[in-house]
Design a binder for this molecule. Structure first.
Ligand code: AMP
Length: 368
C-alpha cells in the first residue's frame, strides 16, 4: 500500500473516545476518518467525516467500508478477528494486523505469547471449569485474581480470591464456586496476585519500515481496576526503564506491528518488571502525550498507519493526567479556570458510574 496523501481517509473500527482523539489528530494532518461501530451514540462519529453504524459481523457493511477508505485501523481490541479477515478479503490493508488482535484478545494467549519472548508475566493457570480453579489456587497460591480470558476491561470480568474473601464464605468450596460464578463461569485464567511496587506503561510505535519510537515510561495508579492517574516522568530506576523498553520492542517486532501499542507493567520491589497486559491501540495512559509531547500518541498512530514517518515522542513538559470517571465530569467548570490544565471531554451523554467521560492533563513546563 502506498502512503496516504492529505485528504485521504482512514477507517477506524470502534467509535469511542480513542477513535475521537485519533480522528482529531488525523484532521490536524489533513486526513479524514470513517468510523465503523455498532452504536448510534459514538464520541468518535461526532468529529469524523463518515460514520457507518453496523455490526462487526455485517459482511456487506464491512466490504463497503473497506472500499471507502485508504487503510483500516482499530481503537478497540475486541473487534472480532473475522471482521478483519472480511476487510482484507475486500482489499483493505488493516494496521495493526489480525495477529496483534489475536494475541491481545485472550488473556491466556497473551500471557503465553509474552512468555515465548522471554518476558515475565504473573504465574497463571487456565480455568475452563470449576475444578480447574481449585487446581489453579494450589499452583499460584493466594491471593489470586480470576479473570475472564476474553472481553474484560477496566477491572470488569475479574474477581479476587484472598484469604479474607474466602473466610467470608461458609466454606472454601463455596468461596471458589462464588468466584467462578462472578466471572460468569466463562473460560478464565487465574493469576497470582503480584505484590508490585508500582505500575508503569510504555507507549510504543512501529512504522511500516520497521522503525520503532518509544515514549518515556508513564507511572500509573488504578482505583477499582480503572486507571486513575498517569504521570511523567515516572519515578523508576534506569534498569527498570530499560527492561520495560526491551520488552515493548520485542512485542512490537514479534507482531510485525504497525501503529501504537500500550504495554502495562508491574514493577517489582527489586526493580524488575513483568508484563500485565498489552493493548494493540492507543492507550489511556498515553493521553498525556497529547499535551506534554510534540507528537501525541494519536498523531503517532495516524502517521504509522498512513505509512508516514514516525514523529519525535520526546516530552517538553512534566505532566499528570487524571481520568474524569462518571460524575467527576462535573469538575469541568473548575478545571477550565486552572492554569496549565488541559481539559478533554468526550462528548458522552450520560455520566454513568465507571464510564470514562473525559480527562485533564496538568502540565509543569520544563525550564529551558
Ligand atoms: P487488568 O484489567 O488486568 O489490567 O487489571 C486492572 C488492574 O488490576 C491492574 O492495573 C492492577 O492494578 C490490578 N491487577 C490486575 N492483575 C493483577 C495481578 N495479577 N496482581 C496485582 N494486581 C493486579
Amino acid at each position: 500500500m502506498d502512503p496516504l496523501r492529505p485528504n485521504d481517509t482512514i477507517g477506524v473500527l470502534g467509535g469511542g473516545q480513542l477513535g475521537r482523539m485519533l480522528s482529531l489528530a488525523a484532521a490536524a494532518l489533513g486526513l479524514k476518518t470513517h468510523i465503523y461501530c455498532p452504536d448510534e451514540d459514538s464520541p468518535a462519529a461526532q468529529v469524523s467525516s463518515q460514520f457507518t453504524k453496523a455490526a462487526y459481523t455485517d459482511a456487506s457493511a464491512l466490504a463497503a467500508f473497506a472500499q471507502s477508505v485508504g487503510v483500516v485501523t482499530y481503537e478497540f481490541e475486541n473487534v472480532p478477528v473475522e471482521a478483519v479477515a472480511i476487510l482484507q478479503k475486500a482489499g483493505a490493508t488493516v494496521r495493526p494486523g489480525a495477529l496483534a488482535l489475536e494475541k491481545a484478545q485472550d488473556r491466556l494467549i497473551e500471557k503465553q505469547f509474552v512468555r515465548s519472548l522471554g518476558v515475565a508475566t504473573a504465574d497463571f493457570h487456565a480455568v475452563d471449569k470449576l475444578e480447574d480453579l481449585g487446581e489453579g489456587l494450589k499452583k499460584v497460591g493466594r491471593p489470586a485474581i480470576l479473570k475472564t480470558r476474553r472481553l474484560g476491561y477496566d477491572g470488569k470480568g475479574q474477581t479476587r480470591l484472598t484469604d479474607k474473601d474466602i473466610d467470608l464464605h461458609a466454606s472454601y468450596e463455596k468461596a471458589v464456586a462464588f468466584a467462578w460464578d462472578e466471572v460468569g463461569a466463562a473460560p478464565s485464567i487465574l493469576e497470582a496476585f503480584v505484590p508490585f511496587k508500582k505500575e508503569i506503561s510504555i507507549i510504543g510505535a512501529r512504522g511500516v519500515n520497521g522503525a520503532v519510537r518509544l515514549y518515556e515510561p508513564i507511572e500509573n495508579v488504578h482505583a477499582d481496576g480503572i486507571l486513575k492517574t498517569s504521570t511523567i516522568p515516572a519515578r523508576i530506576e534506569t534498569q527498570t526503564r530499560r527492561s520495560a523498553e526491551e520488552a515493548t520492542v520485542a512485542i512490537l517486532e514479534a507482531l510485525d506491528y504497525v501503529g501504537v501499542i500500550g504495554v502495562e507493567f508491574f514493577v517489582l520491589p527489586g526493580g524488575g518488571v513483568i508484563v500485565n497486559e498489552m493493548a494493540p491501540r492507543v492507550h489511556n495512559s498515553g493521553h498525556l502525550t497529547a499535551d506534554a509531547c510534540a507528537v501525541s500518541q494519536f498523531e503517532q498512530h495516524i502517521r504509522a498507519v498512513a505509512g508516514w514517518p514516525l514523529g519525535d515522542p520526546a516530552r517538553h513538559s512534566s505532566a499528570v493526567m487524571e481520568n474524569l470517571v462518571g460524575d467527576e465530569i462535573e469538575q469541568w467548570s473548575g478545571i477550565i479556570r486552572e492554569q496549565n490544565a488541559c481539559l478533554h471531554l468526550y462528548g458522552k451523554g450520560e455520566a454513568r458510574a465507571g464510564r470514562k467521560m473525559g480527562h485533564v492533563t496538568r502540565l509543569t513546563p520544563q525550564a529551558s
